[in-house]
Design a binder for this molecule. Sequence first.
Ligand code: PGA
Length: 252
Amino acid sequence: MTASPRPLVAGNWKMNGLKAQLKELAAMATAYDSALRTKVDLLICPPATLAPLAAHTALGSHIAIGAQDCHAKASGAHTGDISAEMLADAGLTHVIVGHSERRADHGETDAVVRAKAIAAKRAGLVAIVCVGETEAQRRAGETLDVVGAQLDGSVPAGFSARELVLAYEPIWAIGTGLTPTTADVAVVHAFIRTRLGKLLGTDGASVRILYGGSVKASNAAELMVVPDVNGALVGGASLTAADFMGIAAVYR
Ligand code: PGA
């Protein structure tokens, strides 16, 4: 029996935050005391404009700073894009790839997401690969088929648990205040665990699988104890230190 992976609570600030927002990160750093540090890893993914400043703000706090996307190539004529190497150079350690908003707004396919995950590994970043079904797919009973296909298409072979985090985010739960039942979360996370084993071998057992979609301090306690839920990917509730640290505190 493998020990449970160490939990990770990750915040995705999306397209939110001017410089003043960094005071929330500073407050998170203060609240992330040595006792909590033994229990849970914390990560904040600010918009790219704030990333180097955020890395500086978080210095010495043990809060990791990540990005929300990267390009698959290391450099070149790709106006407006940012490579994984540039993110690493700016002091970041993680990058979210294949968030449903990127898949929807920018037409990112599983193949594109996979290429970005490979780029992350190439640059020494941890890739956080996101998967999740739409409301229509859930209603049609297609959740596991959809998530299975996304995993097969987006998770590159040969990744270790140090290089990959998986995030299950039902699209209908993102930003809506709706969450699946804990029983439904358990079914999908168990399915993902099994599929990661097929894709990655023994490493699949220790890849962290985060749940994301309307996680708040008020529902984190019940969601975070679901088997194979190894933390959370948090959007709206990661924007303030009080909300975000309230979620992290379930691991105290
Ligand atoms: P939410 O977003 O917590 O605001 O629902 C989650 C996400 O998109 O990662």
